[in-house]
Design a protein around this ligand. Structure first.
Ligand SMILES: [Zn+2]
Ligand SMILES: [Zn+2]
Length: 432
């Protein structure tokens, strides 16, 4: 059963990127040279092709995001497939995977089939769709996963909610033997999280706010790692936020469990101190921003590969929803257009993660966590390329957003890194 990634039709790109640093760490490529793309494929004769000046820029394999909310179907006022994939293309992404917590939930073949059709007409880059683990994401009854796998689902997730019942999770892992697709898990013990609105710690105490403890995440991961070990399953952990969770994943990997983890640009770069700011609601997410000590552990884990990839958890909301008291504001921020620049500015420029590692974790490794085709700059590959001016300064939101929503945590901030060109699936998807 093959995962279906869909993209709207378009002409194949033919051009030569002149004099860029061609950087594909997974393929062992790192040299300043021309990169030829002919008829949508890497390599070939540069004769007669349009020349794009790449001097001073980095040509990398395009980025992959295994965790995006496209709000479609149901909330197309916040985002749709066309705008979400346009935002992704502008951020250097060539493939994204959408979460099923929509209205209605993607929990049956009819909804999934419609989405795939819409993607074929609207998506600027490749998009895949996860389907729900349980009917209505209510955590009780498994969906018809074999049927949705046959249609081309990218995997299964109840993101937005944990699968609280261990028996249901065990069933899903058993069913996985049929579908062969990953379970993508939002890990949280709802009872421990309670009515929490931010990280449980000194800042929450100071502000008098209800906290979500780190163990709410780590105990859920420990449980599911045990279940995956017992059922010989395959799990991917969403938006890891806490040091305790990194430790659980490290131990599970050491035991040989098929487990991967992702981390968001916001958890890598911000802490609960951001909630003290005037614009606190822009920093409300689930899992919450945690402490500096957690952030340091997340960065080290991304560097050493314990956390496999960066994922944005791009979550569009409208301004009104966010302009309510902090306790009532919805969780989540947008991230596709800023992901590379945020990580480049806060991690690479600060010497915490190398550019080579960041590129890998955003492209090759991000595809691998869901078993998707890995973008590569090797000759003969379909062109999936992000051409990036890593030294260019951009002010977030200054020229508007491609996303329909503007709930960015970095609005108005100056970051380093501008995507000049994105070629996805052999087609030009974005040109700055
Ligand atoms: Zn989630
Ligand atoms: Zn999410």
């Amino acid at each position: 059963m093959a995962v279906r990634l869909v993209q709207k039709p378009g002409p194949a790109a033919s051009l030569v990127i002149r004099g860029a640093r061609v950087l594909d760490p997974a393929a062992g490529i790192d040299e300043v040279r021309d990169l030829v793309i002919r008829d949508g494929v890497i390599g070939g004769d540069p004769e007669g092709l349009e020349v794009v000046d790449g001097s001073g820029m980095v040509a990398a394999p395009g980025f992959v995001d295994p965790h995006v909310h496209l709000r479609t179907p149901g909330r197309e006022d916040l985002e749709d497939i066309a705008t979400g994939t346009a935002a992704a293309a502008a951020g250097g992404f060539v493939t994204i995977v959408a979460m099923p917590n929509t209205v209605p939930v993607v929990d049956n073949a009819a909804v999934l089939g419609t989405l795939l059709e819409r993607g074929e007409q609207e998506a600027a880059i490749r998009v895949g769709f996860l389907a729900a683990i349980t009917v209505g994401q209510k955590g009780q009854e498994l969906t018809e996963q074999a049927e949705m796998a046959a249609l081309g689902a990218a995997g299964f997730s109840d993101d937005g909610h944990p699968v609280s019942d261990a028996r249901v999770m065990r069933r899903a892992l058993q069913y996985q033997q049929i579908t062969g697709l990953p379970l993508v898990l939002h890990e949280e013990d709802s009872r421990l999280s309670g009515k929490g609105v931010m990280h449980e710690g000194a800042v929450a105490s100071r502000l008098g706010m209800e906290g979500i403890p780190s163990i709410s995440e780590s105990v859920a991961v420990a449980r599911d790692a045990s279940l995956a070990e017992y059922e010989d399953g395959w799990i991917h952990i969403c938006h890891v936020s806490a040091a305790e969770t990194v430790e659980e994943i490290r131990r599970a990997k050491a035991r040989g469990i098929r487990i991967t983890g992702e981390v968001t640009p916001h958890h890598l770069t911000l802490t609960d101190e951001a909630v003290v700011s005037l614009d606190a609601s822009r920093h409300k997410m689930n899992p919450p921003l945690r402490e500096e000590s957690d952030r340091e552990v997340l960065i080290a884990a991304l560097a050493d590969g314990t956390l496999d990839c960066v994922a944005t958890d791009h979550a569009p909301h409208d301004a009104d929803e966010k302009e309510v008291p902090f306790e009532e504001a919805p969780f989540g921020i947008t991230g596709l257009e800023t992901a590379f620049a945020v990580c480049n500015t806060a991690l690479v420029e600060e010497g915490l993660v190398t550019l080579e590692t960041l590129v890998r974790r955003m492209s090759t490794d991000a595809a691998a966590v869901l078993g998707l085709p890995e973008p590569t700059l090797a000759d003969g590959a379909v062109a999936d390329v992000a051409l990036i001016d890593t030294a260019a300064r951009v002010v977030v939101g200054q020229d508007g957003f491609h996303s329909k929503s503007r709930n960015s945590a970095w609005l108005g901030e100056e970051l380093l890194g501008r995507v000049a060109l994105t070629i996805a699936g052999g087609r030009i998807a974005w040109r700055g």
